[in-house]
Design a protein around this ligand. Structure first.
Ligand code: KIV
Ligand code: ZN
Length: 517
C-alpha cells in the first residue's frame, strides 16, 4: 500500500478570502458538512481573531463537524490570536492550531521590520504557547518559496524543537516552478525526517502563474505528506491549488506519486457545485475535473471515437467524481454517428433511408443555434415529415408558458405534454424562475430536487442567445439539462425539461448507463 497523503481543505479560510465570497454561518456549516462527507482529513474553517462572526463560525463548525475530521483555524504568531483559535476550536475532537509567520527576506525586513533571529524567536514562542493549549500545532512559513534555504531550515528546526507537529511550506505568491519547488521539498523533507519523522510536511500553493496544482504534485512526488487545497481552486488573488485536481491527479497516477488520498472522490462534483453556488463564484467551463465541459465532447472526430470506445478520449469516468454521465454536445461539427446516437437515446428509431434528410435538417439547425440539445432534436423530429419519428410517449415537451408579475408576485402557468397527455399547472414563486420551475415540477410530479441553475449570455447585445444549465437530483443520481434560446425564460424551461427527460429515460431504459452503447 502506498503512503497516505493528507488532504487539508482551506475553502472556508483561504477560499473565503475571495472578495464577495463571504458566507454566513448556516452556509459555512453546510459547506463544512459537505467537506466532511467528502472525507477530507483536515479542514481549515476560519481566522477567528479577525471578527466575532468568524470566531462563531469556527466554534459552530468545531462543535458540529469536528468528529472525524481535524478542524484547524489560523492566526498570527501572537498570544491573543492563539487564545482566540484555542477558544474557537477546543470543542472539536481533533483541533489544530495553525500559526503563520513570514520567513522570506522581504517579510522579515519590510513587513515585520525585525532581525531574522527575532522572527525565529517569535515563531518559537508562539509554538510553545500553542502547544501548552493543544497537542497539534501547524507552523506555516509564509512566502517559504522565496526564502533563503538555510534560514528556512533554521526556522523549521527551531519550531519543530518547540513542538510544531506540522510544517507547512507555502508558495504564498505563486512564484514557484514545479521542478525547483519539488527540489525544495525534497531537501526539507530529507532533513525534517531526520530531525523528527513524526512531523508532517505540508505544502500550500497559490496559482498566480497557473502552476499551483503542478507545484503541489511536484511536492508530493518529492515527499510532501500533506496538501492544502480549496474546492474549485478558489482563494486569494488567482486562487489556491484545486483539491479536485490534486486528488484526481494522485488517484490516476498512484504508482508514480507513491501515494494515495482517502477522499471520497464521488463527492467532488457535488462539493464543487455547492461551493460555487453558495459563494457565487462561477466555475470556468473548461476547468479541469469540475468544469461544465470537463466531460463534454463536441468534435465530430472525438464523438465518433468515443462512441466506438469510451477510453479513446476519456481518462476518467465522470462517475468517479459523481458527475453526470459524459455528454455528447451536438454541434455543426457532429457527424451522423453522434446524431443517430442521440436520437436513439431519446427513444427514436429513424429508418436508415430517412437519416440523410434528417441529418441535413439537423446541420441547418446547428448552424443557426451553435449547440443542439435534446429539446431541439425533439422539435426537429416532431416537425419532420418522416412518419412516426416525432413523438416519444415517455418524454415531456413544453407546449406553452406564461409569466406574470402582479404586485411584485411572480407567477407562471405552464402547459406540458407527454405523449397524448397535456398538463397545465400554475405556481407562484419568490422570483420568475422559482415560479416557472415550481410549475414545471408540479406538472411532472416526480421526486426531484433542483440543485443547480445557471444562465450565461453567449454573446453581447440585445439579440444575444442565453444558455441555461440546470441540474436535478433524483434517487441520488444527477441529471443535467441545457438549452440555448434568445428568450431566456424559454431556455430556462427547456433546460429543466431536458434534465427531467434524462431522468425519465434513465428510469425507463437506463439512459446514463447506456450513454455510450
Ligand atoms: O498563502 C499563504 O501563505 C497562506 C498561509 C496562511 C498558509 O495562506
Ligand atoms: Zn494562502
Amino acid at each position: 500500500m502506498s503512503r497516505k497523503i493528507y488532504v487539508f481543505d482551506t475553502t472556508l479560510r483561504d477560499g473565503e478570502q475571495v472578495p464577495g465570497a463571504k458566507l454566513n454561518l448556516a452556509e459555512k456549516l453546510a459547506v463544512a458538512e459537505q467537506l466532511a462527507k467528502m472525507k477530507v482529513d483536515m479542514m481549515e474553517v476560519g481566522f477567528p481573531s479577525s471578527s466575532q462572526g468568524d470566531f462563531e463560525a469556527v466554534r459552530a463548525i468545531s462543535r458540529k463537524i469536528g468528529k472525524d475530521v481535524w478542524i484547524a483555524a489560523l492566526g498570527r504568531a501572537v498570544e491573543s490570536d492563539i487564545d482566540c483559535i484555542y477558544e474557537s476550536i477546543r470543542e472539536a475532537e481533533n483541533p489544530l492550531i495553525h500559526i503563520v509567520l513570514g520567513s522570506s527576506e522581504v517579510h522579515v525586513s519590510k513587513k515585520f521590520r525585525k532581525t531574522p533571529q527575532q522572527v525565529i524567536d517569535m515563531g518559537v514562542g508562539a509554538v510553545k504557547y500553542a502547544r501548552r493549549l493543544l497537542p497539534q500545532v501547524q507552523y506555516s512559513l509564509e512566502d517559504a518559496s522565496r526564502s533563503e534555504f538555510e534560514y528556512l531550515w533554521q526556522t523549521i528546526e527551531a519550531v519543530v524543537k518547540a513542538g510544531a507537529t506540522i510544517i507547512n511550506v507555502p508558495d504564498t505568491v505563486g512564484f514557484a516552478i514545479p521542478d525547483e519547488f519539488g527540489k525544495l521539498i525534497y531537501r526539507i523533507n530529507d532533513r525534517l525526517k531526520n530531525l523528527d519523522p513524526k512531523v508532517l510536511l505540508s505544502v500550500h500553493c497559490h496559482n498566480d502563474t497557473g502552476l499551483a496544482t503542478a507545484n503541489t504534485l511536484a511536492a508530493v512526488k518529492n515527499g510532501a505528506d500533506k496538501v492544502e487545497c480549496t474546492i474549485n481552486g478558489i482563494g486569494e488573488r488567482a486562487g489556491n491549488t484545486a483539491l479536485e485536481e490534486v486528488v484526481m491527479g494522485i488517484s490516476l497516477h498512484e504508482a508514480y506519486y507513491g501515494g494515495h488520498t482517502t477522499v471520497d472522490t464521488r463527492q467532488i462534483y457535488e462539493t464543487s457545485r455547492m461551493v460555487s453556488a453558495t459563494m457565487g463564484l462561477d466555475i470556468q467551463v473548461n476547468k479541469a475535473i469540475t468544469g461544465e465541459n470537463a466531460f463534454a465532447h463536441s468534435s465530430g472526430i472525438h464523438q465518433d471515437g468515443l462512441l466506438k470506445s469510451k477510453d479513446v478520449y476519456e481518462i476518467m469516468d465522470p462517475e468517479t467524481i459523481g458527475a453526470p454521465a459524459m455528454e455528447i454536445v451536438l454541434t455543426a461539427r457532429s457527424g451522423r454517428h453522434a446524431f443517430m446516437h442521440i436520437t436513439r437515446q431519446l427513444g427514436f428509431d429513424i429508418p436508415e433511408e430517412s437519416m440523410g434528410e434528417i441529418y441535413q435538417q439537423f446541420l441547418a439547425m446547428a448552424d443557426a443555434k451553435k449547440e443542439i440539445y435534446d429539446n431541439d432534436v425533439l422539435t426537429l423530429l416532431k416537425n419532420s415529415t418522416i412518419p412516426s419519428s416525432g413523438n416519444n410517449p415517455q418524454l415531456w415537451q413544453l407546449i406553452n408558458y406564461e409569466m406574470t408579475v402582479a404586485r411584485g408576485l411572480p407567477s407562471a402557468t405552464v402547459t406540458l405534454a407527454k405523449g397524448d397527455k397535456e398538463v397545465v399547472t400554475r405556481q407562484t414563486g419568490s422570483g420568475v424562475i422559482d415560479a416557472l420551475y415550481g410549475a414545471i415540477m408540479e406538472a411532472v410530479d416526480a421526486p426531484m430536487e433542483l440543485i443547480d441553475y445557471r444562465i450565461n449570455s453567449l454573446s453581447r447585445g440585445k439579440g444575444s442567445l442565453g444558455k441555461v444549465t440546470t441540474q436535478i437530483r433524483c434517487d441520488d443520481q444527477l441529471f443535467a439539462g441545457k438549452a440555448i434560446e434568445q428568450d431566456v425564460m424559454r431556455a430556462s424551461a427547456l433546460a429543466l425539461i431536458n434534465a427531467i427527460n434524462k431522468m425519465v429515460l434513465e428510469q425507463a431504459f437506463g439512459y446514463q448507463q447506456e450513454a455510450l452503447h
